[in-house]
Design a protein around this ligand. Structure first.
Ligand SMILES: [Zn+2]
Length: 258
């Protein structure tokens, strides 16, 4: 069965050269060529520069990148909760830039999920029916239970564990997701054996797929292509796989893409 894929975790290139994640330079056309090569119908695209410097300019450039093909790319902007005007910038992301969610990287941005400064920002996300995708899997600031506490403070906001716990904390991620109704889990960076456990144990409507494409030294994003092919060989039944790869992310994105 050929299942279309919505990749819930990808990045733009770095433009301001302040990132130690680096990666190749690529254009929106290069990126959609990568999507084609991996069988990916559409992608949630996150800022790269914004993880290090969460400026309005980073959101502007993300919005410009995804506007090249709005049928295939949607952007999640970012703000640093400690910066003055963060909630207003989030409002501008939704109202002016066409952004559909918030990416938080608590570790790189140095913001604990328990900080009250995140709450007015989450209220903006709630008002616009958006989602939050949060980096996770790297203590001390980004474990699943810390993120679950944030999700519980904002029960109408879907909150996605962007990495499903990575190699070391995926069991905690499963526990947090099964006990928090608005917490989702994105299979991105977890080893396949952990991915199988996650699919078996988490509520089936809250599991997503992501490749972390955009950080490769190759324009073609070879590791992400491999990842998209690999998940279809984990032995997951077609019905479940279709939910993870397409139906769940599409529901979360309000029926996008058409
Ligand atoms: Zn990422």
């Amino acid at each position: 069965m050929d299942i279309p894929i919505i990749d819930f975790h990808t990045h733009t290139p770095a433009w301001d050269h302040a990132s130690w994640l680096a990666g190749a330079a690529f254009t929106p056309a290069d990126f959609t060529a990568f999507l084609d090569s991996a069988g990916i119908r559409a992608a949630v695209v996150l800022s790269h520069d914004g993880l290090f410097h969460a400026t309005p300019e980073a959101n502007d450039r993300l919005a410009e990148f995804v506007a090249a093909d709005p049928d295939r790319m949607v952007g999640f902007g970012t703000v640093n909760a400690r910066y003055p005007g963060a909630a207003e910038e989030m409002e501008r992301c939704f109202g002016t830039l066409g952004i559909r969610g918030l990416k938080i990287h608590p570790w790189l941005q140095g913001v604990s999920m328990h900080e009250p400064s995140l709450d007015p920002i989450a209220e903006v996300v709630a008002a616009h029916g958006g989602s939050v995708l949060c980096h996770d899997g790297t203590p001390p600031y980004a474990t699943a239970t810390q993120i679950a506490a944030f999700a519980r403070r904002h029960p109408t906001v879907p909150v996605v564990l962007g990495h499903a716990g990575l190699h070391d904390t995926w069991r905690e991620a499963i526990a947090a997701v099964t006990e928090t109704a608005n917490l989702y889990i994105c299979l991105c960076g977890v080893p396949p054996y952990a991915g199988r456990h996650i699919i078996d144990r988490c509520p089936p409507e809250r599991v997503l797929f992501g490749s972390d494409a955009g950080l490769s030294d190759q324009v073609g994003q070879a590791y992400a292509v491999a990842r998209a092919h690999e998940i279809t060989r984990w032995g997951v039944d077609d019905t479940t796989l279709r939910r993870v790869l397409y139906d769940n992310p599409r529901d979360l994105l309000g029926g996008w893409p058409q």
